[in-house]
Ligand binder design. Structure first.
Ligand SMILES: Nc1ncnc2c1ncn2[C@@H]1O[C@H](COP(=O)(O)OP(=O)(O)OP(=O)(O)O)[C@@H](O)[C@H]1O
Ligand SMILES: [Mg+2]
Length: 223
């Protein structure tokens, strides 16, 4: 991928998609921090798994946002599995066409499920929905070993569908060479690196965001 192929982030209203190179990469923690950082709102379109704390509940805990800023999920599925399977086990079928970002009067952070090629049905991936939305997207990626391959593959899939990539957010202990080579080969901005936060709570996450990210990097595509 050459720099000239980099999609310019589109100005697309007040919503931003947070996705990841994998499940468990830190999307929810990042989304909570970003929603608080931007004084925004949060929406998880498809929640798979209801026995443990849901992502929306985690964001409530880690962002300190008022309940009204946490928009209800479109689909709440019982099993912590791929949405297409969780839906089948619940006897429902996700209708991807019904997944539309709700209106929001402030920056809306939308968290996808798992990675990009997670199926919502037998025929539709989360990636296909992101392509329809054409919202600026942040790709969360591991900071350490294994990230180069996963991140470049994800970027290639995003570019093939002409999805506007705002940048990559690394999560974990910062490794400068990983950030450099991802930015170079992926022709992408590395927005920052969210380090391990311990203890992980709303004030500490807020401090980490203030330290490691620039508000304007996000706001410039949200206004
Ligand atoms: N910066 C961080 N500091 C400390 N712990 C973190 C950080 N980022 C993520 N974690 C922890 O890693 C685990 C996975 O994070 P998270 O739930 O945000 O991942 P996810 O990508 O949203 O997963 P899923 O695909 O299930 O939605 C959680 O236990 C979370 O608390
Ligand atoms: Mg999550």
């Amino acid at each position: 991928m050459k720099a000239s192929e980099q999609a310019a982030p589109a100005v697309s209203g007040r919503a931003l998609v947070v996705t990841g190179t994998d499940t468990g990469i830190g999307k929810t923690v990042f989304s909570a921090g970003l929603a608080a950082f931007l004084d925004g709102a949060y929406w998880k379109p498809v929640q798979s798994g209801l026995d443990e704390e849901t992502d929306t509940q985690t964001v409530a805990r880690l962002s300190g946002l008022a309940p009204g800023r946490l928009l209800p999920e479109a689909w709440r599925l019982n099993m912590p599995a791929s949405p297409h399977l969780s839906a089948a086990l619940d006897g429902v079928r996700i209708d991807p066409a019904r997944l539309e970002p709700p209106p929001a009067d402030r920056p809306l952070i939308i968290e996808g499920a798992g990675g990009l090629m997670v199926p919502l049905t037998d025929d539709v991936l989360f990636l296909d929905v992101f392509a329809r939305w054409q919202l600026p997207l942040v790709l969360c990626a591991r900071a350490g070993l294994g990230t180069i391959n996963h991140t470049l593959l994800s970027l290639e899939a995003l570019r093939r569908r002409a999805i506007p990539v705002l940048g990559v957010a690394l999560i974990g202990e910062y490794e400068a060479e990983n950030a450099r080579i991802i930015s170079h080969l992926g022709a992408v901005k590395v927005l920052g690196c969210l380090p391990p936060v311990s203890p992980l709570d709303a004030p500490a996450l807020r401090t980490a965001f203030e330290t490691h990210f620039r508000r304007n990097d996000f706001l410039e595509v949200l206004t």
